[in-house]
Design a protein. Structure first.
Length: 590
């Protein structure tokens, strides 16, 4: 009983999902009408055949009969062709609508969703699962509706031609259906697991290929091969299970068909020989039998595909029901040049330990605030909270007296420019990367001015295609320093009021670091700036330094103040700046 309710719920979910794409009712009705017309026309053909067999002479084979028969065949072909095209058109529109919904949803899902799901699995929702739904609609729905009409019409005409033979046929059909139903349920379970495995394998392939340089530099090819082989083997085994069910369904249907033919031909031959049935009746009867049994064979494939589609639907519906970010609710940021107050702020990731603990400090407008401390202290996590990728577990962040969630997400994020150590670039041209995310047209002068201030112009002008140079996937064709300067040019063009720099000069050679530092100086002018830095040399002149340890702030002050009062900061300074306490004291006195 529980299983039946689940199946009904799954089917309702499938129908509701299709409705959300708003397929054209006019096109669907036209397609179904043409399909039904084609099927009805096909039901006339055996009656022509019966007359030809029973009364065939050269005299009866006149031009009108031949023309009528050819007309029937041509009409069926035309109706069938148009109906198939329109049903395929509807299917493509539905799947296009589903993919559009998923793509739109994926772009507005919150960061925690992507923390929980691997990229490859998410990609599988958009490609593999929608392809299963598409296959059902474009390849099997038309056959199903045609089959239903064909079976109903064929049964009526079979009863008309010879009800005794038809009753014999009905004995085998319920038996076959009784065997097919449990096989269909088994197919649903297998196909669901197969889709899970496919999504997992897609995630593995996406992950490995996106980090192929890491794989090669780590000599990890054998390890990744084994992981991939395991996934491929699992897919193979589930494919075999699916094949086993198919291997039972198809032969069973063929057995039923052959048994029916043998029994009915034998019985029909006997009735023809006794004169209770004409040869034309028997021929028409066999033709109608094929028109009924062939759709039954297609039904097994339809229900198998339907089970797969319902499994795919569950995953699509789950993704579409995930909570998304609300970009519009809230007020516009009118005055961003106010202090940002962090009050009793704590944060923990889902099912994880607390990362930030009771933070209290103020970020002053137009000033440089640096976050310093050991790796894992929670510095980047604080940036994520400031960008509102996550909501605090406890406490608040306010702009002036207003909490950040009082402002619309789009308005708040427009105020922020972010430059990270990875300097993410999209596959495309340098121009597209510098202008990325801007909704307005950017003039050539603006573009070059941003590149000049980011110290990116010298290397861009040396490239053959200059700003139209392709950067490759994730900017792989550019060096680290070049990528950083492109990212800085992007931030400059965005003209943010608040600037977040996440170790923007780490992992660069000295020459690239000098160029990036100059670009950052241009970028930071007149802006509220927060910097995460492992290199204290980049932040010794900061207006305020926050020293973080294990999610807590253990020191706040200028470089001189922290050097005097904070033991761990002093240790960091001694190691990185090569100064001693005595030397600092002498400088302070002098």
């Amino acid at each position: 009983m529980e299983k039946q309710l689940q199946d009904k719920a799954d089917f309702r979910s499938f129908i509701q999902l299709i409705k959300t794409t708003q397929p054209s009712k006019a096109v669907m009705i036209t397609a179904i009408f043409l399909s039904l017309t084609s099927t009805i026309v096909s039901l006339i053909i055996p009656m022509f055949t019966k007359k030809l067999v029973d009364g065939f002479t050269l005299a009866t084979l006149n031009k009108m009969t031949i023309a009528l028969l050819i007309g029937v065949f041509i009409a069926r072909m035309i109706f069938s062709g148009f109906s198939i095209y329109l049903i395929n058109y509807t299917g493509e529109k539905i799947v296009s609508g589903l993919r559009e919904q998923l793509w739109k949803k994926l772009l507005v899902l919150s960061i925690p969703y992507y923390d929980r799901h691997r990229t490859g699995e998410t990609v599988s929702r958009v490609t593999n699962d929608t392809a299963v739904v598409k296959s059902l609609i474009t390849e099997h729905v038309a056959n199903f509706f045609n089959g239903v009409i064909s079976i109903i019409g064929a049964i009526i005409l079979l009863l008309y031609l010879d009800w005794k033979m038809t009753l014999i046929m009905f004995i085998l059909i319920p038996l076959t259906v009784g065997i097919l139903l449990p096989l269909g349920r088994q197919m649903f379970k297998i196909s669901k697991k197969l889709q899970d495995e496919t999504a997992g394998f897609s995630a593995l392939v996406t992950q490995v290929l996106s980090e192929i340089r890491l794989v090669k530099s780590s000599n990890a090819e054998p390890i990744e091969y084994e992981k991939g082989k395991k996934g491929i083997t699992s897919l193979f085994l589930y494919g075999l299970k699916e094949a086993k069910v198919q291997a039972m369904i198809m032969p069973l249907m063929m057995f039923v068909l052959m048994a029916l033919l043998v029994i009915l031909l034998g019985f029909g031959g006997y009735r023809v020989s006794t004169g209770t049935m004409t040869a034309g009746d028997l021929v028409a009867y066999i033709l109608y039998l094929f028109q009924m049994v062939m759709p039954l064979t297609a039904f097994s494939t339809f229900f198998t595909q339907l089970q797969k589609a319902m499994g795919a639907t569950q995953r699509i519906v789950t993704t579409l029901s995930e909570p998304e970010e609300d970009y519009q609710s809230g007020k516009e940021v009118k005055n961003v040049n106010q202090p940002i107050h962090v009050k009793n702020l704590s944060f923990a990731y889902e099912n994880g330990e607390t990362v930030l603990k009771n933070l209290n400090f103020t970020i002053h407008p137009g000033k440089l605030t640096a976050l310093v401390g050991p790796s894992g202290a929670g510095k980047t996590t604080f940036f994520s909270l400031l960008e509102r990728y996550y909501e605090p577990t406890d406490g608040t962040i306010t702009l002036g007296d207003e909490p950040l969630h009082a402002f619309s997400l789009s308005s708040w994020r427009r105020q922020i420019g972010y430059v990270s150590q990875e300097s993410p670039l999209i596959a495309g041209t340098i121009r597209e990367n510098i202008c990325y995310g801007l909704e307005r047209e950017v003039s050539e002068q603006e573009l070059k001015q941003a590149a000049d201030m980011a110290y990116a112009s010298p290397f861009i002008e040396e490239l053959p295609l200059k700003y139209d140079t392709e950067v490759g996937e994730r900017g792989i064709k550019l060096s680290g320093g070049q990528r950083q300067r492109i990212a800085i040019a992007r931030a400059l063009l965005r003209n943010p009021s608040i600037l977040l720099l996440d170790e923007a000069t780490s992992n660069l050679d000295s020459q690239s670091e000098m160029a990036v530092q100059k670009a950052l100086q241009n970028l930071m002018k007149g802006r509220t700036t927060l910097v995460i830095a492992h290199r204290l040399s980049t932040v010794v002149n900061a207006d305020q330094i926050l020293f973080m340890e294990k999610g807590e702030i253990t020191g706040i002050g200028t470089h001189e103040e922290l050097f005097s009062t904070h033991a761990l900061y002093r240790k960091f300074a001694n190691q990185q700046l090569m100064v001693s306490e005595e030397k600092f004291e002498n400088v302070a006195k002098g």
